[in-house]
Design a protein around this ligand. Structure first.
Ligand SMILES: [Zn+2]
Length: 370
């Protein structure tokens, strides 16, 4: 998910679902809506990689909103309000936290994942407490690293864990504290995803990490350029779908011979494909905080999983499953104090000095701009 300078990863396999991190506190509603829009009501696993706000900020809201089977978090202590909020809701719901023990394997639908870190309980940097998992589905594999730094990377190498993975979620937003040459060599990924905010104050991702990836010919996706990034595995090949195509050089096409159709919400799509044309943003009232969509076609359009984007504020609303705009009619989306057919959030979204709006369908195409 594109949560700016933060991490949030939703994984689905059959009827199983897992969330790894939940963005900043301010992303809570977006993350919850995004998961709901994918038709998920139950999370088999929730992993809070480490207690920094940009990873567990939205976790309390997620734990409140969904049925949850197992919560995995490291035994790292933080005294922040954000962390206390998460612990409080876990306690309220009577959940127990599963501590990550490296080498432990968990079943996840027809897939499985193994915990690879943390391998110590004592680090100077909270980032090194990050839970690292390697997820395997058929012949395909994904390494999710949280913000683990070079110390943790070296421990994983020393323990001789299988690190080789097709997809690497690049650690720590592409910071040069992580993704050492040795570690990258052992993972040897074909694809890398960097979860990072545009123009962030940390200078992430670091140019040296980008170079290390490029030198190896790794295809890189970045949430600051591509928005939310979806990887789809059929067990043999992996294909990618992005919210916006901000890539400058390489084409998005996979070099694999039989790419699967890049449909992020395939399992929840109705048999007959919904009509995509004809829905436009008719008006954006920046002051009243109301967006009006109009279906100009003669057929109902299913907006499930579509997204409304405030370009300047870089905030997005995902239409929940089952949102239909009837032929010839309008649909209003309200924020702030406004009322509409759909309430986005109580926060003000639109910049009164002008703020372009985009309507993006569930295939990642911009279908209307205002
Ligand atoms: Zn982080």
């Amino acid at each position: 998910m594109d949560v700016g300078q933060a991490d949030a990863i939703l994984i689905k396999q059959g009827t199983s679902a897992m969330l790894v991190d939940a963005g900043n506190n301010a992303d809570a509603e977006f993350v919850v809506q995004y998961i709901k829009a994918q038709g998920v009501t139950k999370l088999d696993y929730v992993i809070g990689t480490h207690p920094h706000e940009d990873h567990i900020g939205g976790l309390d809201a997620v734990i409140r909103a969904f049925q949850i089977e197992r919560i995995i978090m490291p035994k790292a202590v933080a005294t922040t309000k954000t962390y206390e909020d998460v612990l409080a809701v876990i306690q309220q719901k009577g959940f127990k936290i599963t501590a990550p023990v490296p080498g432990t394997k968990f079943a996840f639908g027809s897939a499985s994942f193994t915990v690879l870190a943390p391998n110590s309980a004592d680090y100077e940097s909270l980032n090194n407490h990050s839970v690292v998992i390697r997820l395997v589905y058929g012949k395909t594999s994904f390494l999710l690293t949280g913000d683990a730094e070079n110390i943790s990377e070296k421990e994983m190498l020393d323990k001789a864990f299988t690190l080789k993975s097709d997809v690497l979620k690049v650690s720590h937003h592409g910071s040069d504290t992580s993704t050492t040459t040795d570690f990258l060599g052992a993972v040897d990924p074909r694809y890398a995803v960097i979860s990072v905010g545009k123009d962030n104050s940390y200078g992430h991702p670091s140019s040296s990490v980008i170079k290390r990836l490029q030198d190896r010919g790794v295809q890189v996706y970045r949430t600051d350029e591509n928005g939310s990034v979806t990887a789809i595995s059929d067990g043999a090949t992996i294909t990618f779908a992005v919210q916006k195509d901000g890539m400058t050089d390489k084409a998005k096409t996979s070099s694999t011979p039989t790419p699967a159709a890049p449909v992020p919400s395939a399992p929840t799509q109705p048999a007959a494909p919904p009509k995509r044309g004809g829905v436009v943003i008719q008006n954006v009232d920046l002051v009243k905080e109301i967006v009006t969509l109009k279906n100009t076609s003669s057929e109902d359009v299913d907006l499930s999983g579509w997204m409304l984007l405030s370009v300047k504020g870089n905030q997005s609303f995902v239409f929940p499953q089952g949102t239909i705009i009837k032929a010839g009619s309008t649909l209003t989306i309200a924020s702030g104090d406004a009322n509409g057919d759909i309430k986005w959030t109580n926060k003000n979204i639109w910049n009164n000095d002008g703020d372009p709006a985009q309507l993006i369908d569930d295939m990642g195409n911009v279908v209307s701009e205002y």
